[in-house]
Design a protein around this ligand. Structure first.
Ligand code: G4F
Length: 327
């Protein structure tokens, strides 16, 4: 039985990926912070239904000894490094923690694998945020990086660390450059979930407005459940290589809002307020990915359309709120 180690299992990708790996017969291990183990109802909510089937270990990405110990103990065959401070945030105090956690955490895992399990296959969750102020549209694996946030910069560093371990130590280490991917399990701080949750609240009479930032920003939005399949496929190839994973369609935040409200028979113009509080000092204006390489070499295709994604998220938020408020 193959053993997989997942970091970031409590996030949306971690929850979909662990289900996929369990269904494929893997023994699934993960590391979570002690704080999460002490508050499982809240912090492990996305994987509550998997808790009996996976092995959870207490460790922190900020502590090299804890990572080293877990890698040595588990001896994984595949490692999916998804954990990161993943919200693109600008407050000054967040800059340092984003850089420290994201860069050092990746380095600690790579170094531990190199010394304790060098034949483990390693997946790094890189991001389209690395393209930032894009040098071309669409972006592909050879497009130059120009990150516009500490998060993007930390992902470029993680990408370079991963490539360097591959080249210097001959490890099977690669990066998936994933574009925005969403689902009903997405955190409320991201724009898609903020929109679908507020639209559902407005429909049920629980809110009367939705305050958003830049409505003209464009993103290539896919579904997390499609994207975790690409992660797994990458680690099954003969040679390690980096891949862009995207739908090849870009839509503005305005289009997303319009469609989400339309599904609820609402006119977004009556409820959406543009609030400068949510504008970013260095916005990424447009992301559009060219996933030809993933399609050709991995045989990967997304199943969800933009429409399917919004519909699933809106319906899930309606149900969630009805249950919560006994409606
Ligand atoms: O949903 P977002 O916060 O996602 P963002 O910044 O694109 O980052 C996500 O995708 C990356 C992949 O490219 C990941 F690496 C990263 O971890 C994360 O998953 O914002 C999307 C767009 C931005 O242009 C933002 O300015 O929506 C715009 N936006 C407009 N109003 C807003 C809001 N974003 C948020 N979070 N909240 C708003 O009220």
């Amino acid at each position: 039985m193959k053993k997989a180690l997942i970091t970031g299992i409590t996030g949306q990708d971690g929850s979909y990926l662990s289900r996929l790996l369990l269904d494929k017969g893997y023994e699934v291990h993960s590391i979570v912070r002690r704080a999460a183990l002490e508050d499982p109802d809240h912090r492990l909510s996305r994987i509550r239904y998997l808790l009996d089937d996976i092995h959870i270990h207490s460790a922190s990405l900020e502590s090299f000894p804890s990572i080293f110990r877990i890698v040595d103990k588990i001896q994984p065959d595949e490692c999916y490094h998804l954990a990161a401070q993943s919200y693109v945030s600008y407050p000054f105090e967040d800059e340092f923690s984003t850089m420290t956690t994201n860069i050092n955490g990746t380095h600690y895992i790579l170094s531990s694998l190199h010394s304790q399990k060098p034949d483990c296959r390693f997946y790094f969750a890189a991001s389209s945020e690395m393209f930032g102020k894009v040098h071309e549209v669409p972006q592909h694996e050879e497009t130059r990086f120009h990150p516009r946030s500490m998060y993007g910069i930390s992902k470029v560093a993680g990408f370079d660390l991963t490539r360097n371990y591959r080249e210097a130590y001959d490890m099977f280490a690669l990066s998936g450059i994933l574009y925005n991917h969403e689902s009903p399990r997405r955190g409320f701080e991201f724009v898609t979930r903020k929109i679908t949750h507020h639209a559902a609240k407005i429909k049920l009479g629980l809110a009367d407005e939705l305050r958003l930032g830049n409505l003209e920003a464009k993103r290539d939005w896919g579904h997390s459940n499609d994207y975790v399949k690409a992660m797994w496929l990458m680690l099954q190839q003969e040679e390690p290589d980096d891949f862009v994973v995207a739908t090849g369609e870009t839509h503005s935040v305005r289009e997303f809002v319009e469609r989400a409200f339309e599904l609820l028979n609402l006119d977004y113009k009556q409820y959406v307020v543009e609030d400068p509080l949510f504008y970013r000092p260095a916005e990424v204006d447009i992301l559009l990915g060219d996933a030809s390489k993933a399609k050709t070499k991995l045989g990967w295709e997304p199943e969800y359309s933009f429409e399917d994604l919004i519909q699933e998220m809106v319906e899930a938020d309606l149900e969630l709120l009805k249950k919560k408020h006994n409606l």
